[in-house]
Design a protein around this ligand. Structure first.
Ligand code: ZN
Ligand code: ZN
Ligand code: ZN
Length: 483
C-alpha cells in the first residue's frame, strides 16, 4: 500500500483493517483532490483448519495440525482441532455409513441405479445440494461423484438400514456416534456430536488399506537408554470391508478427481475435486460441506497416504459458498508428502481381481449396443464399470427400449405400415414404483403416454401403397441410382 513492498491484505482485527483503509483513502483524496462517492470494505474472517496425515498401511500418524497460527505465541496445550474437536462430517459420511455397507453386504455395485427425485425425510423435504433439478436414475458411482443427497438417503433407507450404517461407522473407528444418530440423515452427516478429523481420516485410511482398519497412533514404543522397551503401543486392527469393496469405493472416489466421464449435463455436475490432481500420484477423495457451509472437508488418499482436511470456524459460522481452500490445502499436502518421502510407485491404484463390463449408466445392466447409445441423451452413458465377479450383471438394459413408430400416423407401427415410414425410436422406461409425479430429467425421455397401446390407423389392411407402385413404374430413361 502506498508504495510499500509486499503489503499484506491480512489483518489481525477488523479495526486494523479499517485503519489501513482510512490511511489509504485519505492519501488518495489528498493526492488527487477527489471525493468519496461510494465505498465498500469487504472483510472476510479467516477460518480455522485441521489436518491429519496417516500412513494407511501402518496407521502411523505422520503429521497432524490442530489449527492455524503461531504455536509459540499460542502455547502447546491449546485446542487440537484434529484430535479433539468434533464437527459435522457432511457428505464424507456417505462413504463410510452408506456406500461401504451397501456394496460390502447388500449386493450394491457402483452401477446400481437409484432414482434421484424429490423426497421427504421424516416429514421434511429433501433436495440435492445443487437445488431442485432431479436427474432421475443415477448410479452409485455418479452419486458419489456428484454427492447426491437423495441417492445416499434412499440407499441408506431402502438397502442399508440405520442399524447397519451405525455398525459400519463404529467399525470404521468413529467413536463419537450415539444411538440417537441412527436416522436416515446420518448419511448426510447429521450427527449429534459429529466426528473428529483423526477418526474420520482413520476411517478412510481403512478403505485405502484395502478394507483393514488400523488404529492410528502417534508413537510406537518407549525405550530406556539401554534400548529396553518400557512401553509398546498396541494397535487395534480389524477388517471392516472386503478388499474388493474397498477397491470399488476407491475407484468411485478416484472419479471425483479425474476428469468426469459420467457427467450429468441435466444437473450440471461433473467431478467436484478436479482441481486436486497431483502429477504422478493416483488420488481418491470425498468432499463434504455442511448445511450453510459451516464446515468444509476433503478426505482422501493415494496408494501411500491418507489425508483429511477440515476448515471452518471454532464457533460454527458460515464460511460462504464457493470456498475452495480445503481443496488447495489437501492438494498441496498430497504434493509435498509424496515429493518428500520415499513412497515408490503411486501412479495407480490396484484394481486387480475386479472385472470390467460395458454397461448402461441408466440401468446398471449390460449395455444394448444400438439401443442405449441411440437414445441421444447426454446424461446416458455406455461405459466400462468395475464389478466383483460375483456381482457382475448378466442381463441387458431394461430401461432403454426400442419402439417402432409409424412416422405418418405417429402411432406404433403395425404390420401394414410401409417400411419407409417405420422409425425405431429409443424411449426410456421408469419403474412404476419410482414414478412419483416429480418432474425429473428421465421423464422427458419416457415413451409418450398417447403412443402406448396404439397401432397405426392410416396403414391398415385396406391401405394401398400407391407411392411404392409409382416408384416401381418409373420410366426406364429416368434417373436411377446404380446400386
Ligand atoms: Zn440402457
Ligand atoms: Zn438414455
Ligand atoms: Zn403406419
Amino acid at each position: 500500500m502506498l508504495g510499500q513492498q509486499g503489503f499484506s491484505l491480512l489483518f489481525q482485527s477488523e479495526e486494523l483493517l479499517n485503519e489501513a483503509a482510512t490511511t489509504f483513502r485519505d492519501h488518495i483524496l489528498e493526492t488527487t483532490g477527489g471525493k468519496v462517492i461510494a465505498e465498500t470494505i469487504l472483510a472476510t474472517l479467516e477460518p480455522q483448519a485441521s489436518v491429519v496425515v496417516i500412513d494407511q498401511h501402518t496407521g502411523y500418524v505422520k503429521a497432524v495440525s490442530g489449527g492455524r497460527g503461531d504455536k509459540d505465541k499460542m502455547g502447546s496445550l491449546i485446542l487440537n482441532r484434529a484430535t479433539q474437536s468434533t464437527r459435522q462430517p457432511g457428505s464424507t459420511s456417505k462413504i463410510l455409513f452408506t456406500y461401504a455397507p451397501a456394496i460390502d453386504l447388500k449386493g450394491a455395485t457402483l452401477a446400481t441405479t437409484v432414482y434421484d427425485s424429490a423426497m421427504t425425510v421424516e416429514g421434511r423435504p429433501l433436495t440435492d445440494w445443487w437445488g431442485d433439478r432431479y436427474p432421475g436414475y443415477i448410479n452409485i458411482r455418479q452419486a458419489i461423484m456428484a454427492s447426491s443427497n437423495i441417492v445416499a438417503v434412499k440407499t441408506l433407507e431402502n438397502l442399508v438400514t440405520e442399524n447397519l450404517a451405525y455398525e459400519y461407522a463404529r467399525a470404521f473407528g468413529i467413536t463419537t456416534l450415539i444411538p440417537q444418530d441412527k436416522s436416515p440423515v446420518m448419511t448426510l452427516g447429521g450427527l449429534a456430536y459429529g466426528v473428529t478429523n483423526l477418526e474420520l481420516t482413520a476411517g478412510y485410511a481403512a478403505i485405502a488399506n484395502n478394507g483393514k482398519y488400523v488404529e492410528p497412533i502417534f508413537w510406537t514404543r518407549v525405550t530406556d537408554l539401554e534400548g529396553r522397551v518400557l512401553l509398546e503401543n498396541e494397535q487395534t486392527t480389524r477388517t471392516v470391508i472386503k478388499s474388493d469393496t474397498a477397491k470399488l469405493l476407491t475407484s468411485a472416489m478416484e472419479s471425483t478427481i479425474s476428469p468426469p466421464f459420467l457427467s450429468m449435463p441435466s444437473i450440471g455436475i461433473g467431478a467436484p475435486n478436479q482441481g486436486c490432481q497431483v502429477k504422478g500420484v493416483a488420488l481418491a477423495a470425498k468432499s463434504g460441506t455442511t448445511n450453510d457451509v459451516n464446515d468444509l472437508w476433503l478426505v482422501g488418499y493415494s496408494p501411500a497416504y491418507t489425508v483429511g482436511v477440515w476448515c471452518g470456524f471454532d464457533e460454527s459460522m458460515v464460511i460462504g459458498e464457493g470456498a475452495n481452500f480445503h481443496r488447495s490445502i489437501w492438494t498441496s499436502i498430497m504434493e509435498r508428502v509424496h515429493k518428500e518421502t520415499e513412497v515408490g510407485d503411486v501412479s495407480a491404484f490396484d484394481y486387480s481381481g475386479l472385472v470390467k463390463l460395458k454397461i448402461c449408466s441408466k440401468s446398471g445392466l449390460l449395455a444394448k449396443e444400438g439401443v442405449c447409445d441411440e437414445c441421444g441423451d447426454a446424461d446416458c452413458h455406455i461405459y466400462e464399470e468395475y464389478f466383483t465377479s460375483a456381482a457382475a450383471p448378466k442381463d441387458y438394459c431394461n430401461r432403454h427400449t426400442v419402439y417402432h413408430v409409424c412416422t405418418e400416423s405417429e402411432q406404433l407401427a403395425g404390420i401394414y405400415c410401409p417400411e419407409r415410414f417405420v422409425e425405431d425410436r429409443v424411449y426410456f422406461v421408469i419403474d412404476p414404483m419410482d414414478q412419483d409425479g416429480v418432474e425429473t430429467h428421465d421423464i422427458k425421455n419416457m415413451v409418450p403416454g398417447d403412443l402406448i397401446g396404439t397401432v397405426c390407423d392410416i396403414h391398415d389392411e385396406f391401405f394401398e401403397d400407391t407411392e411404392e407402385e409409382e416408384e416401381e413404374a418409373l420410366p426406364l430413361n429416368s434417373f436411377r441410382p446404380r446400386e
